[in-house]
Ligand binder design. Structure first.
Ligand code: DAH
Length: 344
């Protein structure tokens, strides 16, 4: 067997010397070093030898194997080099061809809009406060002046969990309660925060409504905050977001957690207020709900409404993104279709 090992080794080396291309090289590797290769089989047959010869043979066989592995690696490098040289010579590789651009990622359109919001509100002194997505029923509704059986609960169809009273938040407004309790130091400190995050509603998914969407809540609490502050602040935001000539109007509305309540419209920037399909020929686009924080909500947050007041607002970044880019179907946002996402 020693002899066979030696002769196989010599034969393998000799054959390797003649290899000129990588296909033949692969065949050679299979023939000698592969799972069923000649050397591999010899190494395996060590058991057939008398006990006293096994150690010496095994050692020798391993040396042969290593030598052939090294010879193979050297030959492989040489063959590669020769093949490349040959290809270049024969023009098979066109070195003037432009390279393939690697695919790069990008920010989701909602993320881009959110970051724009953060910049603008940050410049006005609003810090980002992150509140939880899994909420309790009390904080999502009752503490916001939406008691059980209040009709406003039906306006927001809720995802319930298997734990009683634990739900997915239907809006970012419950974050108002958490921010006041967390930052207000028992109703003694002013607050200026925005609360961005995902909200969930048990809705029929259509081009206009999704079961998940972002909101950006705003909350300012102080000793001397008036509706003029709300109007001025939101107008300043709109002018940064939609252009310095953007006109804003406030319409009386109703939300349980604010009094008075207003909806905010910005003049349609697609038709400059002339009336188009997107603004439904009204010349205005609704961008936010807002109002003065209801005394009950201030109390929920630990503030005395006879001394403190505040304003709040809620906006939908997906809606703003849709208006800005003329996107007509909200389902694109969470559809993960690159043909959509790559446009931003
Ligand atoms: N939470 C409201 C909604 O989801 C939006 C909203 C309206 C938030 C008025 C506010 C506000 O803070 O003052 O429809």
């Amino acid at each position: 067997m020693q002899d066979r090992l030696e002769s196989t080794y010599q034969q393998a080396l000799a054959e390797l010397e003649t290899v000129r291309d990588s296909d033949v090289l692969r065949d050679w590797e299979l023939k000698y070093l592969g799972k069923k290769g000649a050397i591999t089989e010899l190494v395996r047959s060590v058991g057939q030898l008398p006990k006293e010869e096994r150690a010496a043979f095994g050692k020798h066989a391993n040396e042969v194997k290593e030598a052939l592995n090294a010879a193979f690696a050297a030959r492989e490098a040489l063959v590669r080099q020769q093949e490349l040289a040959r290809d270049l010579e024969e023009g098979e590789v066109d070195v003037t061809l432009p390279g393939r651009a690697p695919a790069t990622g990008g920010l989701h359109p909602s993320t881009q809009t959110l970051r724009e919001f953060y910049d603008i509100w940050g410049d006005m002194g609003f810090q980002v406060y992150r509140s939880r997505e899994v909420e309790d029923d009390d904080t999502n509704f009752t503490l916001l002046n939406i008691p059980p059986h209040h009709p406003a609960r039906d306006m927001q169809d809720t995802f319930y969990t298997t734990t009683p009273n634990i739900i997915l938040r239907t809006h970012t407004s419950p974050g108002q309660i958490r921010a006041m309790r967390d930052l207000g130091e028992r109703g003694t400190q002013p607050i200026r925060v925005i609360l961005p995050g995902m909200c969930y509603r048990y809705e029929q998914i259509t081009t206009r409504s999704e079961i998940q969407f972002h909101q950006v809540e705003g909350l300012a609490i102080g000793r001397n905050i008036h509706m003029t502050d709300l109007k001025g602040t939101i107008t300043a935001f709109a002018q940064r977001m939609f252009g310095e000539n953007a006109r804003v109007r406030f319409r009386a509305s109703y939300f349980p957690f604010t009094e008075p309540s207003m909806e905010v419209d910005v003049e349609c920037f697609l038709c400059a207020g002339q009336g188009c399909r997107v603004c439904k020929y009204s010349g205005w686009l609704e961008i936010a709900g807002s109002g003065m924080v209801h005394p009950t909500v201030l109390r929920s947050g630990g503030y005395d409404p006879s001394e403190w007041s505040g304003f709040a607002f809620g906006m939908g970044p997906e809606r703003v993104t849709m208006l800005k880019h003329g996107i007509t179907d909200i389902r694109y946002f969470w559809g993960n279709d690159l043909r959509f996402l790559e446009q931003f």
